[in-house]
Design a protein around this ligand. Structure first.
Ligand code: GLC
Ligand code: CA
Length: 535
């Protein structure tokens, strides 16, 4: 028995409920759909599932606009379905992580509806950030929403409310103790229903400072904060040091309270992972100090080029920064907010990088469909639903491409996902990428993931730190091999477009693509491929 907590080096499978499996033929995935596919999830070799929001919501931002955080939206089922999902997951020894959204509510939440009906200065308005207009009628400051357009929307009596995201997502005022009390109630509600942990949405955003001060470059700042806007990295980093609404000291007080709440469930090992995109990178470690949260996402791999220098730095930095607070890193190549890794860096590269990352210490997150090597969905503008698309008048396409439903089986779209028209179209070109097809093909991405996760569990979980191999220390500067050893395994990634020799010892146990040959006592790693050797 491994005595360390379950989440330490877990592999966590992110499910976007609307896109996973539709059980009742309305074109949208739902909770019973997930429950019916738990055997598939288990067969991947993952330890836990993280469910993106399934709470009552008008769904203006894919459910991250929560109207009632303690109930299930009818499009996904009901509370009984949630309980059944958790029970069935636990039967299979899969933990369940729920997504909690503390930065904002939906404008349909009863608190916001009450605030609209109440007067300026009322206790109903104090739960949000309501301010009077400037004398000339303009909003209280010049901040730009992360989804584009102003961060302020005016209500009937002339006051404005703050929303860092869509106008339907009013930001909560965390200086008001009622807000924390309500969130603690929500945390307990889901823990009592059986969940094992939380992914905390916009964890770094809760406390705002200088709300009545203009930012010197609001558009630049807003671009710098978007993963999908290209920018010179020095320029981006300089702007990121100036965000008045992210990563304020006060957020840590909140997580210290929450940690006490989690720990009060003795024997349950309730964990939390922060979505905290902060700068400089060292700041992320503050979220995982011993009395705060358990994990913080490292987003670097969502944007990193397939380049040995870049990847060496990302991995080295993440491991060493986390070590300063005795935490282990997290690794994610894709999620519901960013382009799918296979589209971003290429299919073979995505497999190679996944196998490279599965060897590393810490937790690995896998976004449903990543195991199939799915690319981004090809969508017409008329299909799009992401508020970013609308708030930028189509200038930014948004995140729908990563959210296209999963292809399960058969030869024709929608490939068994639903018997109705899916909420986003699934391209016929995904015919070979169905779960059914990939299960039948031993060379598929799906088999690579299954085999890798099994080997990871057998040889690497709990195996301690990594040692970069000689070739990498020089290699990350000159050629294209990156390799490390950990426990009894040596991992070698060849990032170049031609086969490369290396002198890794041991027996080949898995390769992400192509075949590894032996030549003069050396191993030849195929182009754009990673191999593991066991000694
Ligand atoms: C997080 C979510 C994203 C959402 C945003 C606002 O970044 O991952 O999907 O749009 O928060 O809630
Ligand atoms: Ca459905």
């Amino acid at each position: 028995m491994n005595s360390s907590p379950w989440w330490k080096e877990a592999t966590i499978y992110q499910i976007y409920p609307r896109s996973f499996f539709d059980s009742n033929s309305d074109g949208e995935g739902d909770l019973p759909g997930i429950t019916s596919k738990l055997d598939y999830v288990k067969s991947l070799g993952v330890d836990a599932i993280w469910l993106s929001p399934f709470y009552t919501s008008p769904n203006k931002d894919g459910g991250y606009d929560v109207a009632n955080p303690r109930d299930v939206d009818p499009r996904f089922g009901n509370l009984e379905d949630a309980r059944e999902l958790i029970t069935q997951a636990h039967k299979r020894d899969l933990r369940v992580i729920a997504d909690i959204v503390p930065n904002h509510f939906s404008d349909q939440h009863e608190w916001f509806q009450a605030a609209l009906k109440s007067k300026r200065g009322s206790k109903e308005r104090e739960r949000f950030h309501f301010y009077d207009a400037n004398e000339d009628g303009t909003p209280p400051n010049n901040w730009i929403s992360l989804f584009g357009g102003p961060s302020w929307t005016q209500v009937e009596d002339g006051q404005f409310y703050l929303h860092l995201f869509d106008s339907s997502q009013p930001d909560l005022n965390w200086e008001n103790p009622e807000v924390n009390a309500d969130f603690e109630k929500t945390l307990r509600f889901w823990i009592d229903l059986g969940v094992d942990g939380f992914r905390i949405d916009v964890a770094h955003g809760l406390i705002k400072e200088d709300v009545l001060t203009n930012h010197p470059d609001p558009q630049g700042l807003s671009n710098a904060l978007r993963l999908d806007v290209a920018m010179d990295s020095d320029e981006r980093n300089a702007l990121l040091l100036t965000v008045p609404y992210f990563d304020r000291q006060g957020v840590h007080e909140i997580y210290r309270k929450w940690r006490k709440l989690f720990d009060s469930y003795s024997g349950r090992e309730i964990m939390a992972v922060a979505e905290a995109w902060v700068h400089p990178p060292v700041n992320a470690t503050r979220y995982v100090r011993a009395d705060e949260l358990h994990q913080v996402f490292n987003f670097d791999l969502l944007t990193a080029e397939f380049d040995s220098d870049v990847l060496f730095d990302v991995v080295e930095r993440s491991i060493s920064l986390n070590a300063t607070v005795n935490a282990l890193p997290t690794w994610a190549l894709s999620n519901h907010d960013s382009p799918r890794v296979a589209s971003r860096i290429g299919d073979e590269q995505a497999r190679a990088l996944a196998l490279f990352v599965f060897g590393l210490p810490g937790s690995a997150y896998v976004f449903a469909g990543q195991e199939l090597g799915l690319p981004d969905g090809q969508l017409q503008d008329s299909d799009r639903q992401d508020p970013t698309f609308f708030r930028t008048n189509g200038a930014i396409k948004g995140r729908d491409g990563a959210r296209v439903p999963l292809p399960w089986s058969g030869d024709t779209t929608p490939f068994g996902f639903s018997t109705a028209k899916p909420w986003l179209p699934i391209s016929q070109s995904w015919k070979d990428l169905t779960i059914e097809n990939e299960l039948a093909d031993p060379k598929s991405s799906l088999h690579l993931y299954k085999n890798a996760l099994e080997l990871r569990k057998e040889f690497l979980v709990g195996a301690g730190g990594i040692t970069w191999l000689e070739s990498s220390q020089h290699g990350h500067k000159s050629d294209s091999l990156l390799s490390y050893s950990r426990g009894s395994i040596t991992v070698v990634m060849n990032l170049s477009d031609s086969a490369k020799e290396c002198d890794a010892a041991g027996k080949l146990i898995i390769v992400s693509g192509g075949t590894v040959d032996a030549r003069d006592g050396k191993k030849v790693i195929p182009a754009r491929s990673t191999a593991w050797f066991l000694t």
